[in-house]
Design a protein around this ligand. Structure first.
Ligand code: PMP
Length: 364
């Protein structure tokens, strides 16, 4: 009998995509899901009602293409971020993944290279290769920190076309100093992207890479509404850069890439930034509670400026992950030997995780 479906090998797919694996964090329906660094707090009711009203208004014109320049949304981001930014410096897309993809489409591509410092966000190599570019993996210290000197030297040696700096870094939570970012910028003629997906969880007095933008036209800072704004399902990421750099993205974006419904929802949510961000303090408190509790259970947490904690000292990560899974708690085995990563949830979810982990420890 003829097979009803072919395998990848049967298809005339690009040679450079053969053998690659797609992004695949498990999406299991467990009661406690702390595996993909979502904000586990739901959007407050009155904010959700306001967003629904905005979507309802947008629906009246849904027969027309949306504002290709998403003007109201860019104004909203400029106001939210402050730093004297203007809407011409802002760009947005369907998640910061799409923002990063557009940056790589415009500045990487066939015959070019992009570089990051491993372990870092697992989508960087995939997005890079998706544009036909080569991924270069730089290294960090054993504790996952990255100094200005080391980062600049590695970038100087590799001479990549794009550098992706994740700050705070996923999956480690590690902050990156502004000195290191400035040193990398000096060490390259290429594009430097600082991915600040988790910036809102950093200490309040920590300066953002946004402060480095003046006078650095090859620097871009990307952000997302997925984490601090509890908006992962809406798919809204954004970027701040020189208007000329923003212009470059218009060459590669799909026309009307941000739907009218997305624009309406995100703009309405930004009007409630204070309420949406009120949960951040609570999440940071739970993150710090995880970090403070893990050593007593025999694990070694790393400093985190994000909404998750990476911890070492796990003899058998796959077995611990499975045991937590069976207790209804989903965390992330990122494939780093001896380590696991957990997202800080609500107080109840965090308690469930810590209790489940404590019983794994006593069972072994
Ligand atoms: N950057 C980093 C460092 C991330 O961890 C994530 C999501 N896990 C993203 C970007 C993408 O987020 P989104 O596409 O939801 O904005």
């Amino acid at each position: 009998m003829d097979r009803v479906s072919a395998t990848l090998d049967d298809l005339p797919i690009r040679d450079d995509l053969r053998g690659l694996r797609p992004y695949g964090a498990p999406q299991a329906a467990l009661p406690i899901a702390l595996n993909v660094n979502e904000n586990t707090h739901p959007v407050p009711r009155h904010v959700a009602d306001d967003i629904l009203d905005a979507i309802a208004r947008a629906l009246r014109d849904i027969n027309r293409y949306p504002d290709r320049e998403f003007t109201a949304l860019r104004e909203g981001f400029a106001e939210y971020l402050g730093h004297g930014l203007s809407p011409e410096q802002i760009w947005a897309a369907n998640g910061s993944n799409e923002v990063l993809q557009q940056l790589l489409q415009a500045f990487a591509g066939p015959g070019r290279t992009a570089m990051g410092f491993a372990p870092t966000y697992s989508m960087y190599p995939l997005l890079t290769r998706g544009t036909g570019a080569r991924w270069i993996e730089g290294v960090r210290e054993d504790d996952f920190t990255l100094s200005a000197g080391s980062a600049a030297a590695q970038v100087g040696d590799a001479a990549p076309d794009v550098v992706l700096l994740c700050s705070p870094n996923n999956p480690t939570g590690t902050p990156l100093s502004l000195d290191a970012i400035a040193a990398v910028y000096e060490a390259t003629d290429g594009l430097v992207v600082v991915d600040e997906a988790y910036q809102e969880f950093a200490p309040r007095d920590a300066r953002s890479a946004l402060t480095l933008l003046p006078g650095r036209p090859r620097l871009a800072v990307s952000r997302t509404m997925s984490k601090a704004f509890a908006f992962a399902g809406a798919r809204v990421g954004y970027l701040v850069a020189d208007p000329a750099l923003v212009d470059a993205l218009r060459l590669v974006r799909l026309p009307y890439h941000l739907s009218a419904l997305t624009q309406a929802a995100a703009t309405a949510a930004l009007h409630h930034a204070d309420t949406m961000l009120a949960m951040v303090g609570e999440i940071v408190a739970q993150r710090d509670r995880i970090s403070a509790t893990l050593p007593a259970l025999g694990y070694e947490p790393y400093e985190s400026w994000s909404n998750f904690v990476l911890f070492g000292g796990v003899d058998e990560p796959a077995a611990v992950w499975r045991s937590l899974y069976e207790s209804g708690v989903l965390i992330r085995d990122i494939g780093l030997p001896g380590h696991l990563r957990v997202t800080a949830g609500t107080e109840e979810e965090t308690t469930a995780f810590l209790d489940a982990l404590a019983s794994v420890g006593s069972a072994s």
